[in-house]
Design a protein around this ligand. Structure first.
Ligand code: 4AD
Ligand code: MG
Length: 477
């Protein structure tokens, strides 16, 4: 792999060793004597330059080079030498090439037709993210998506390391559930009933696969609470599904969430763990994905690396919802020009979250103690009877990346709230058992993995940080 080769190059003086490189052609450039081919295999941002001296390679190799186009896959062999040109410390003085598969720049005759005649769509030029989204199967070969994919992978490792170092147990919660874990009602139903035959509202689900109505999980939290009620500190990291019809740059129908659940933890403990988590992820990206982040800094968001460095080292601002709304009302009165008027009792809109982080706190902020009526049923009720021990972590440009809370551990209070909300109590009987038998104060949160990747890379649309995005009206490839 090129990343390995480059590591070796940095450790060694180039000593005219025989090497070979395999990858996809990014560019081909010709001078009178030399044909330059840049190969990239995706293992790191850089490719390797292969210089073929026309006089020193076989006729067969020259023939292969003549028809070699961007996107073709090949193996190049030669000697590693110091590069005479600026731009790379070393290059391959190439002696041979084997082409695995070509990638024509022009349409070609295709017989039969289903073999396809279209040219390779990723020719050397900048492509818009919208165009790349249309070719989700080829966009991993683009600079942006390659870099996003490597950062995503590194962050996933950092998730496990952070929680493992703090003694958390990694648990897997179900993807198919019977409960609406957030009470927000945006569920995808899972059924084997024949929809083509028509299913009546209030239909007979005893004939369905599970014998009752089932859904894709919007969260793994409720089951994580069961696990934390035995193992103390647990976390999940899995896909979640929401049939939200919000066609925004921050919402997916299928996204990944990391949900720690912590027994014997107050909201303050929860905030410490959440803040430490975000900083640990940023540190991992800054330390181990420097080349990819430098590219994002140059191409997507000037100053990104400096901002992430400072966030990784600074204390996050904290404020109650009530204080935050007061700030917003002040700003609205001063002509901030919000589309939605801030008002105590209403949820914070994305524009409000951005204003708070970009203008008021100038960095990430943790907002706590939201009105109970806009938050989920399981949150711990405050003594004021109006607010709950909720916390959202907001960041500039994106808004909410974490939602969490202390949970209501009191059986009576939790039941009363569920009755008030008209919930089906028997369906949640197992959840209430956690309060019936050995209940403990506990807290947790969920980090939207894609939202975090947006923050760490400067990518503006959530569909561009997950390989095969699923969103309303479009499931694509
Ligand atoms: O705030 P949410 O809805 O919280 C929960 O699901 C809790 N059960 C978490 C917990 O306490 N264990 O979602 C958590 C995070 C949000 O802050 C956001 O980052 C992300 O999940 N998220 C989405 N990301 C992409 N597309 C969507 N449609 C999202 N909905 C939420
Ligand atoms: Mg939320």
């Amino acid at each position: 792999m090129l990343s390995k080769l480059i590591r070796e190059i940095l450790a060694l003086q180039p000593d005219s060793r025989e090497v070979e490189a395999k990858g996809w052609v990014r560019t081909k450039r010709e001078t009178k004597n030399i044909i330059f081919v840049e190969l990239n295999d995706g293992s790191c941002f850089s490719g390797v330059q292969c210089a073929f001296d026309r006089t020193g390679v076989s006729a067969q190799a020259l023939e292969a080079l003549a028809s070699l186009g961007t996107g073709a896959s090949a193996r190049v062999s030669g000697r590693l030498v110091p590069s005479p040109a600026a731009g790379q410390p070393v290059e391959i003085a190439a002696t041979d090439i084997e082409v695995y598969g070509d990638a024509p720049a022009e349409g070609r005759e295709a017989q039969p037709e289903y073999l396809g005649a279209a040219p390779y769509p990723l020719q050397k030029k900048r492509h818009s993210v919208e165009f790349l989204r249309e070719i989700a199967h080829l966009r991993p070969r683009s600079n942006v998506f390659g870099a996003v994919s490597r950062v995503r992978s590194r962050l996933a490792l950092a998730v496990h390391k952070y929680f493992s170092d703090l003694g958390f147990v990694y648990v897997n919660t179900p993807i198919i559930t019977h409960a609406d874990g957030e009470g927000a009602g945006n569920l995808f139903q899972v059924t084997t009933l024949d929809l083509d035959a028509g299913v009546k509202a209030g239909g007979d689900y005893s004939r369905d696969f599970f014998g009752s109505k089932a859904f894709l999980a919007v969260t793994g939290q409720l089951e994580a609470e069961a696990m934390a009620s035995a193992l103390s500190r647990v976390y999940t990291f899995g896909p979640t599904f929401r049939a939200e019809n919000s066609n925004t740059s921050r919402h997916l129908a299928e996204f990944w969430m990391i949900e720690p659940e912590i027994a014997f933890a107050s909201l303050e403990d929860n905030m410490e763990i959440a803040e430490g988590f975000i900083k640990a992820l940023l540190r991992a990206a800054l330390d181990d994905c420097a080349e990819d982040l430098a590219f994002f800094d140059e191409r997507l968001e000037k100053g990104l690396v400096k901002t992430l460095e400072s966030v990784a080292g600074a204390k996050f601002a904290r404020a109650t919802y009530t204080d935050a709304v007061r700030e917003l009302e002040k700003a609205a009165a001063g002509g901030a020009g919000f589309e939605f008027q801030p008002r105590w009792g209403a949820d914070l809109q994305s524009e409000h979250e951005k204003f708070l982080t970009e203008k008021v706190f100038q960095g990430p902020a943790i907002i706590t103690d939201y009105p109970r009526d806009i938050k989920a049923f399981y949150m711990k009720q405050n003594d004021d009877g109006k607010t709950v021990r909720a916390m959202d972590v907001l960041v500039p440009k994106i808004g909410e990346i974490i939602g969490g809370s202390q949970r209501e551990e009191d059986l009576g209070k939790l039941c009363a709230r569920m009755v008030e909300l008209g919930m089906d109590i028997p369906a949640y009987s197992w959840y209430l058992d956690l309060r019936r038998y050995g209940t403990v104060p506990h807290s947790g949160f969920g980090l939207g993995f894609e939202r975090f990747i947006m923050y760490a890379t400067g990518v503006a649309n959530i569909r561009d940080v997950i390989p095969f995005p699923r969103a309303a009206g479009r499931s694509g490839l």
